[in-house]
Design a protein around this ligand. Structure first.
Ligand code: MN
Length: 258
């Protein structure tokens, strides 16, 4: 087994070395690492093995014959989904299920979770195999977001649903606010088009109502029309900003955004 260099052996033996004084230092280092992880995560586990597993990528698990975080990720995916669905359902009373699903999908996607995971510095805590480490796996959004889901499952098992719900919402509140206020979605103009345009009807157009002020400080007022019917107006310092504001006004009036 040429790839099992002595250093690799050292790393892999470490977790089993608790009773062996020779590896005492390694054991302490490992404990510190988990303490560090718990500090970042903001929760002290009753069963710290759950956290270790949640932070174990399959590449490390294969090299070191450990359990990977894949089963926890499976569970965490569902736990996260129910937490977000429940939150959106209770807080957005006038939003239909189509938009609720879009909001949820935006919040639980790889990129979003990768961003949220930065708040707890998760990527530095993941146990990666050597190959994966060398090819930049630590920076890969899929690996980080999967580990994040696994950590959610670990907390869920260790502390229960109410605790993990609070933990997730606290961590994701900014992201939720952004998505819910409409900014997380592509943009209001696109959103408006999707709401109204069905085949040949619901054509959304914009027209400039007025253009005032000096060249360097102009104010535009724009009207948005659906099938040539005026729906709302918006003001902005560029044509685009005014159009976005007009689209937002229509979406707000029909309860699609807050
Ligand atoms: Mn996943």
């Amino acid at each position: 087994m040429p790839q099992w260099a002595p250093s690799m052996l050292f790393i892999c033996i470490a977790p089993k070395s608790e009773a062996v004084s020779l590896f005492g230092a390694v054991h302490i280092r490992k404990e510190l690492k988990m303490n560090n992880a718990e500090k970042n995560i903001g929760y002290t586990f009753k069963n710290v093995k759950l956290l270790e597993t949640a932070l174990t990528h399959s590449s490390y698990a294969n090299e070191c014959r450990k359990e990977s975080n894949e089963r926890l990720e499976f569970l965490g995916d569902s736990v996260l989904s129910i937490i977000i669905s429940d939150y959106l359902f209770k807080h957005l009373k006038n939003i239909n299920e189509g938009w609720l699903s879009k909001y949820r999908a935006t919040l639980v996607c790889e990129q979003s979770l990768n961003e949220v995971a930065k708040k707890i510095n998760l990527s530095s805590l993941i146990r990666l195999g050597k190959g994966e480490e060398l090819t930049g796996g630590r920076k890969r959004a899929s690996i980080v977001s999967d580990a994040f889901e696994a950590v959610i499952a670990a907390i869920y098992i260790d502390a229960g649903m109410e605790f993990v719900r609070k933990w997730v919402i606290d961590l994701m509140r900014d992201a939720i606010d952004i998505v819910v206020s409409g900014h997380g979605y592509a943009d209001y103009k696109t959103m408006l088009q999707e709401v109204f345009q069905t085949g040949t009807t619901g054509k959304v157009t914009y027209r400039i109502v007025s253009e005032t002020g000096q060249d360097h400080n102009k104010t535009f007022e724009v009207e948005v029309l659906v099938d040539d019917m005026p729906k709302a107006r918006g003001v902005g310092h560029s044509k685009k900003e005014a159009e976005q504001n007009a689209a937002h006004a229509v979406l707000k009036a029909i309860g699609k955004v807050l």
